[in-house]
Design a protein around this ligand. Sequence first.
Ligand code: CU
Length: 72
Amino acid sequence: MNTNTITFKVNDMHCASCPRLIQMDLEDKPGVIAVNANLETKLVVVEYDPVNLSVLELIQTIKDSGYTATIL
Ligand SMILES: [Cu+2]
């Protein structure tokens, strides 16, 4: 399987729960392989299967969690 990795900047992560929530919600999505969300850098790195998921769907998932993601 070919996977893509994309990095988002999520500036509205404000406490330790935020990256955990974003990570959990993304990991629930079929096609997401791995997620690393970092509060200090405000970066969310997602490895995903591009056959199953688009970048827009990833941004929407983060939005549904209550955050704003911009592509880095
Ligand atoms: Cu928080």
